[in-house]
Structure formats: C-alpha cells, structure tokens
Design a protein around this ligand. Structure first.
Ligand SMILES: C[S@@+](CC[C@H](N)C(=O)[O-])C[C@H]1O[C@@H](n2cnc3c(N)ncnc32)[C@H](O)[C@@H]1O
Length: 245
C-alpha cells in the first residue's frame, strides 16, 4: 500500500500531462475508456449519486456530472485529490480513503466507477465487497482490470524470470484472469452484464506513440488481432460493466 501511495504521490502533479495526454497513443487509450464509461451510463437511468473510486485527477467527472445529480470521489492520495479539487472546484465531494474499507454508509450510491485502480488493490476481494456494500440494488458498477492473459502478462512473466526490478506504478499493477474476477464478483452479489476491451498492444508501447502514422499502424494491428483472435482474447485491459443484484 505504501509503495502505491508513494508512486501516486510522485506522479500526482504531472499525472494528466504524462499519463493521459502525454502522447497520441495515451490520448487514444483514454478516449476509448471515456467513450465506454459515457455509453454505459448514457444507456442507464439518471443517477442520484455516482462514486468514482480512485478518482485520481477526475478524468471522468465531466461525463459523470451529466449523468448524475452528484458525484463523489474517493482516493488514497491526498496529492491526487488536491489536483482534482483545483480542476473540479468547490462542487467536488472528495473524500480521502481506501477503497478496501470505504468511509461510506451501506447502499448510499446508485452508480460506481473505478478505472485504472483495481490493479493496485492489496485485497481485491475486500474492494469488491465494498463496491457491493456502498451501492444500492441495481446500481451500475463499471471498473477496469489488467488481464493476466495478455502481452502485459507475458512481459511480466519474462521480467519475473530475469528478476528485473519494479520501478513505478505500471510495475506494481496486479494482473487478473477474467474468470477469477467473475467468480469473486458473484460472491459479492455483483453480476457482469457486459465487457469492453481496450487494447492488446501494451500501454508501455502506446506511451511512446506520438505520430499519427504509427498510431494508425497500431490501430490496424489491433483490428487485425480482433479479426484473427476474436474479440475477447489477449487484451491488456478490460472494462467490466456490472450490476449489483
Ligand atoms: C492510475 S490512477 C487512475 C485515476 C482515475 N481513476 C483515472 O482513470 O484517470 C489510480 C488512482 O487510484 C488511487 N488508488 C490506488 N489504490 C487505491 C485504494 N486502495 N483506494 C483508493 N484509491 C486508490 C491512486 O491514488 C490514484 O489516484
């Protein structure tokens, strides 16, 4: 946990510039994620309150604001929340806390988003129980996971063999198999109603893409992989669209 806090403390001020808009490749991934969250909540009813778990710098706040009467943000990092407060102003209801033991009452939200955070949970089962506890019945829960069965997973296996040193937030991210998450979600009364896949080529490669031609080549490779492998295999990250039973 300290390691994760340290990583995000160091990166807070430059987070958006470096990891969301740092290159054309990163913009592409962020836009895909935003489109998915936007569509998921657009098709649902109007929400009274949506919780953004691990809100970071409030990337989804614009989207969520249109779909709810109130958005709440929870984050472990004071520095990230400080950044978010500057962007969102005094309307933001931001709370410092841990997703694995949330400082909220039972069933107080009717929507929850948790993007690019699950991979940092020390106890993911507890986090899923917490998602379920703070959400009302029928709430929409949208969160992303990093897949073990991917090029990212393969890269991790190789670096483990060579015992290369962990250096930053990408290295501390934990990878999961879709099946194991689905099983645990069911125990927490959460059912998966849809999935969205982001990219097969790892984020580490997209970080370096800052040229339209190269990005177009990446897009073609992603499409070809879809065609050859089917739509659900070998994605580095997936977004799970779920409902609390
Ligand atoms: C990669 S950033 C993602 C931010 C935002 N969700 C987005 O997609 O732009 C991960 C964020 O999750 C926060 N975080 C990590 N572990 C957490 C936990 N256990 N509880 C609450 N926040 C956590 C970090 O402090 C960081 O702000």
């Amino acid at each position: 946990m300290e390691k994760i806090m340290e990583c995000f403390k160091e990166e807070a001020e430059n987070w958006d510039k470096k990891f969301l808009h740092g290159s054309l490749g990163l913009e592409f991934i962020s836009t895909k994620e935003k489109e998915f969250v936007d569509a998921a909540f657009r098709e649902d009813r109007m929400h009274r309150s949506i919780l953004d778990v691990g809100i970071g710098t409030g990337r989804f706040s614009g989207i969520l604001k249109e779909k709810s009467l109130g958005i709440y943000g929870l984050d472990l990092s004071e520095k990230m929340l400080k950044q978010t407060r500057t962007t969102l102003g005094k309307d933001a209801r931001l709370v410092l806390g841990n997703a694995e033991s949330m400082p909220f009452k039972n069933e107080c939200f009717d929507g929850l988003v948790c993007m690019r955070v699950f991979q940092y949970f020390g106890n993911p089962k507890k986090a899923m129980e917490e998602f379920s506890r703070v959400c009302k019945t029928n709430s929409l829960i949208v969160f992303s996971i990093c897949n073990k069965n991917s090029l990212l997973g393969l890269g991790r296996m190789i670096s483990n063999v060579f015992k290369s040193k962990c250096t930053g937030w990408i290295d501390v991210a934990k990878l999961y198999a879709f099946k194991e998450i689905r099983k645990e979600l069911m125990k927490s009364n959460i059912v998966i109603i849809g999935t969205g896949n982001i990219t097969r080529i790892p984020l580490q490669a997209y970080i370096r893409v800052d040229n339209k031609t190269v990005l177009n080549i990446f897009k073609i490779v992603e499409k070809l992989a879809d065609f050859m492998l089917g739509r659900n295999i070998l994605y580095n990250s997936s977004i799970l669209l779920c409902r609390k039973k």
